[in-house]
Design a protein around this ligand. Structure first.
Ligand code: ATP
Ligand code: MG
Length: 238
């Protein structure tokens, strides 16, 4: 039995005259890892930004946990547990790691719960614990990705939108990030993952969608997509 946690219906998004999303529809079941693939400029980031309210859908609707969030302001969407870790992992430099994490739970009025969540993040990312009093600017790229994900977990995350978390990271760091994504999913967080590295993403996703110039051109079980030579060749070549 699966339940739809996120549903995108006929969504169109523009940047001025640029028609970035041309009527896309897809859904994410609770507990799944779904990956959104496609070439540069296909509209992957725009899809995530439209879901989290950073870009406005000109048409169509977005439903999260049964509620229409299409026109909801981003902070209200965050408060419902739909959290977006954007491309380029923005951490707040000039603030410590601990302070960065605290920002992730700014809507929370319960210090005990905040501490519990921070302990959980530190347990998941021991390196962040070791450096908790240090400036976030001193972290490596991979550690900044961990911090960005940790900050997301300080909210009561139901669905995590991850935009190219492995971008620019060394292979071993990519492995660690992928492991963490799996673990988060095992703990009950539903994941919508945008990746350039299609093969890696399809290895552990349940379902995949391929975007091309603002439209979904291929969809299917991740395993099927991965095995389909013609799809791999046409859309997922490195
Ligand atoms: N701020 C913006 N202003 C104008 N056009 C934009 C803006 N951001 C994206 N676009 C355009 O919208 C389309 C989709 O871009 P988007 O960033 O969503 O693609 P993407 O699939 O995430 O690409 P990448 O793999 O390079 O991250 C592209 O044609 C892009 O040039
Ligand atoms: Mg992008």
């Amino acid at each position: 039995m699966s339940e739809t946690i996120l549903e995108i219906q006929d969504v169109e998004t523009y940047y001025g005259k640029i028609h970035a999303l041309r009527g896309i529809s897809f859904s994410v079941q609770a507990g799944e890892i779904v990956t959104l693939l496609g070439a540069n400029g296909a509209g992957k980031s725009t899809t995530l930004r439209t879901i989290s309210g950073l870009n406005r859908a000109a048409r169509g609707s977005i439903t999260f946990m049964g509620q229409d969030i299409t026109r909801m302001p981003p902070h209200d969407i965050v408060a419902m547990g739909l959290i977006h870790v954007p491309e380029g992992r923005r951490v707040f430099k000039g603030m410590t790691i601990k302070e960065n994490l605290e920002l992730g739970s700014f809507t929370l009025n319960d210090d005990t719960e905040r501490r519990r969540r921070m302990d959980h993040v530190f347990e998941m990312f021991p390196v962040l614990y070791e450096r908790r009093q240090r400036d976030a600017a001193l972290l490596s790229g991979g550690e900044q990705q961990m911090l960005a994900m940790g900050r997301a977990l300080m909210a009561d995350t139901k669905v995590l939108l991850l935009d190219e978390p492995s971008m620019g990271l060394a292979p071993t760091m990519v492995q660690s990030i992928m492991k963490i994504i799996k673990r988060l999913n095992a703990e009950g967080v539903t994941i919508l993952l945008v990746e350039q590295n299609a093969k890696a993403a399809l290895k552990f996703a349940n379902y995949g969608y391929v975007l091309e110039t603002g439209s979904i051109v291929v969809k299917g079980e991740a395993e099927q997509l991965r095995k389909d030579e013609s799809i791999v060749k046409a859309y997922l070549g490195e």
